[in-house]
Design a binder for this molecule. Structure first.
Ligand code: ADP
Ligand code: MG
Length: 698
């Protein structure tokens, strides 16, 4: 029996996500609008943190305002004007003792009824200049009864995220009025000594700093404090899961003697590189333990991960057990099946391909042989995960291109095959920071470098106008016996702004001589058609494939040396790197041409990152830098939890600290039941029980 990790009695005691905001005097309508933003309790309100801070110069005389400053001005409206022509614009001329400035709003017709000559108001915003006068565009205003004495001090003002219903101002006012009451509900998770050793502050103080800021350096320290608390929760969840895997789940030990090693190596037609040998040694070490292996193998495209996985699979077979290899697409599964069964053709290993494409009869036969244990190896897509698939004695599961599988699919796999050794592989290198977080519960092996004799692909950027030259170059390469890939973002003209395979085919046919054989490849062709095309391409009878990203993973045709990507800015950096991994798979020099007419800075920066960096690790790090951690982890599809301050996930020393701290806590108190850890336990389970399937271990 597995030991339960959750004890509900404790959770109830440790309740404390704040009180309902019921004590706040607002209308039920307001309350439900807040609830829609997820603000229900005092702690929710505290966690509604300012998006940024503005430094305000309060109550400056208008003549002293400098362009670019954040200011508040106060004065009397002397004239207003509504320009009805689009974009509709409303202007008010504001006068104080020193002079006049203009307040301008777009699409705020409603203000024409509120702001009239002689209205007294305060306006806050960023100063610009218009027709020689200081102008505030779209300022925040407050209409007042009488002028206040001029404010002199400068201040930092929090700017809150808002929704269509709930304004920044409303939230700011709510927090001004109720900050102390909300803070009273904050319970500290760590001792002051623990926090101050790490140059952090108590939670309560951090929230106060963030909502009622006094100085910029303190704001940053407060943000670090909140980030520490949220990241350590995540690290704790991973540690708990890891601890559980280590201690309560048992897998089968596999034999690792030299005879097995020799027999496996005899099947591999080339010498393994030192990096491959090092990883194999790590795998052998893992597989000889009863603790289930849980390893991520990362290695750039073409670095030779498959053969390393095959080694491990053969270890399972040698032990009389079964191994399964899971690929994200049928094309890749087929490709693996072909190359692996070829290597095994002189052995007695029984291997089959199980995809959605196999006939019902074949499928039934495979399932029977899997259940009896007679079949040693199976390669498939997620058809392999369907419920009826039972293994006689599955001992190793390999998941190729694991980033292509959804997070939930991954968690399900982990859950279902908990006592099976698992190797996940990826060519989308995981930046170190992510490896330490999202993949923090995996052991990581890396194949660095490429098999001998490979040259890195050289990458260039061109515009649409240069395509005729590119076609010329491709024709030359084809004449020299090489083959070419052309990739487009769409299949047909469904989305009008995207280049599509059909149109590109026509374009190429017009520019290239008739003897150049060009064929399309995309997901809408039948599996049979796709296989025929790939076979002919591999045999060299097709010179050029025009495809979608379907070729992104797994396709291995060493004679292909040129790739043209149309509208390259439409693809993710990691994806482009994967795509260009289809070439440069032999000792021949290969060129990847990225065509783009997008001259935005971001598009340029991203494509330049590929031109400059041949290594996938560097590309991934650049990608992270350009897009920011928030983009990368904050999106729902990434499956990463959302963090209030995701950018702290980029700081390696900070991550190391949270990881070390989490490991120390779990090491000393694996179930977080010690008195001082109950708060942490409550928070970890509240946040991660569902996402990380922590509940499954109970
Ligand atoms: P990836 O890591 O991208 O999955 P593959 O496993 O598909 O890469 O390997 C790319 C190519 O390199 C394959 O054709 C494979 O047979 C070949 N290869 C792998 N290891 C070696 C090696 N040590 N020496 C020569 N060729 C190798
Ligand atoms: Mg591969």
């Amino acid at each position: 029996m597995q030991e339960p990790l959750i004890n509900n009695a404790i959770l109830v005691d440790a309740a404390g996500s704040g009180r309902s905001l019921a004590f706040v005097d607002i209308t039920p309508r307001r309350r439900s609008q807040l609830a829609q933003l997820g603000i229900v309790t005092t702690l929710d309100l505290l966690n509604w943190l300012p998006r940024r801070y503005e430094r305000f110069h309060h109550g400056l005389p208008v003549t002293q305002i400098k362009v670019g400053q954040m200011v508040t001005v106060q004065g009397m409206v002397v004239q207003t004007r509504l320009h009805r022509r689009r974009p509709m614009r409303f202007e008010a001329l504001l006068e104080d003792a020193s002079g006049r400035c203009v307040l301008t709003w777009f699409n705020r017709r409603d203000l024409a009824d509120k702001i009239k000559p002689e209205t007294l108001l305060h306006a806050a915003g960023k100063a610009g200049i218009y027709k020689g006068r200081i102008q505030l565009v779209q300022p925040e205003i407050k209409i007042v009864e009488k002028m206040q004495p001029a404010l002199s001090s400068d201040g930092i003002e929090p700017v809150y995220p808002a929704s269509a219903d709930v304004s920044k101002r409303f939230i700011a006012d709510l927090l001004v009025q109720h900050l102390e009451e909300c803070l009273a509900d904050v319970v500290e998770w760590f001792s002051e000594a623990h926090l101050s050793q790490r140059h952090l502050m108590p939670l309560r103080q951090a929230y106060r700093q963030l909502h009622r800021p006094v100085a910029m350096p303190e704001i940053v320290r407060a943000q670090r404090t909140i980030a520490y608390h949220e990241i350590i929760l995540f690290q704790l969840a991973l540690e708990i899961r890891r601890y559980h895997q280590k201690h309560s789940i048992v897998a089968e030990k596999l034999r690792t003697d030299n005879l097995v090693d020799q027999r496996i190596r005899a099947l591999i037609p080339f010498d393994l590189t030192p990096a491959q040998n090092r990883v194999i040694a790590e795998l052998r070490q893992d597989l000889s333990q009863v603790e289930p292996m849980n390893r991520l193998l990362q290695g750039d495209v073409g670095s030779g991960k498959t053969v390393v996985a095959l080694y491990a699979m053969l270890m399972a077979v040698a032990a009389g057990k079964q191994a399964a290899l899971l690929a994200p697409t049928e094309l890749l599964a087929e490709q693996h099946y072909e190359s692996i069964s070829q290597l095994l053709s002189n052995s007695r290993v029984q291997i089959e391909l199980l995809t959605a494409g196999v006939t019902a009869a074949k499928r039934a036969d495979i399932l029977t042989r899997l259940a009896s244990g007679e079949l040693h190896m199976v390669i498939g897509t997620h058809a392999l995960l369907g419920n009826p698939v039972e293994f006689g004695h599955l001992s190793l599961l390999v998941v190729d291109e694991q980033h292509k599988f959804g997070v939930h699919q991954r968690a399900m796999l982990r859950h279902r095959y908990a006592n099976v050794h698992t190797l996940v592989m990826t060519a989308t290198p995981i930046p170190r920071t992510l490896a330490m977080t999202w993949f923090g519960d995996l052991d990581v092996s890396t194949i660095d470098g490429l098999p001998p004799g490979r040259h890195p692909v050289s990458t260039r950027k061109v515009t649409g106008a240069q395509l005729p030259d590119v076609y010329q170059y491709m024709q030359q390469q084809i004449r020299d016996g090489r083959q070419v890939y052309v990739v487009a973002p769409a299949i047909d003209e469904g989305v009008s702004e995207l280049d599509n395979v059909n149109e590109v085919l026509g374009d190429l046919a017009r520019h290239l001589p008739a003897e150049v054989r060009i064929e399309p490849l995309h997901s809408r062709l039948s599996a049979e058609q796709r296989r025929r095309t790939m076979d002919q391409f591999r045999a060299g009878r097709i010179h050029m494939l025009v495809s979608t990203t379907i070729i992104e993973v797994g396709v291995d045709v060493p004679n292909a040396t040129v790739m043209l990507v149309r509208q390259a800015e439409r693809f993710g950096l990691a994806q482009l790197h994967q795509l260009r991994g289809r070439i440069g798979r032999s000792s021949l020099k290969s060129v990847c041409i990225l065509c783009s007419d997008d001259d935005s800075d971001e598009a340029k920066a991203r494509l330049d990152a590929l031109v400059k960096n041949a290594s996938g690790f560097r590309v991934a790090e650049e990608d992270l830098r350009i897009r920011g951690m928030g983009e990368m982890v904050g999106t729902r599809q990434s499956g990463m939890p959302e963090f209030l301050f995701p950018d702290f996930l980029l700081e390696i020393p900070f991550l190391q600290m949270t990881r070390r701290d989490a490991a120390a806590v779990v090491g000393a108190d694996p179930h977080l039941i010690a008195h001082e850890n109950i708060r942490l336990r409550h928070e970890v389970y509240r946040r991660y029980e569902a996402t990380l399937l922590l509940a499954d271990v109970a």
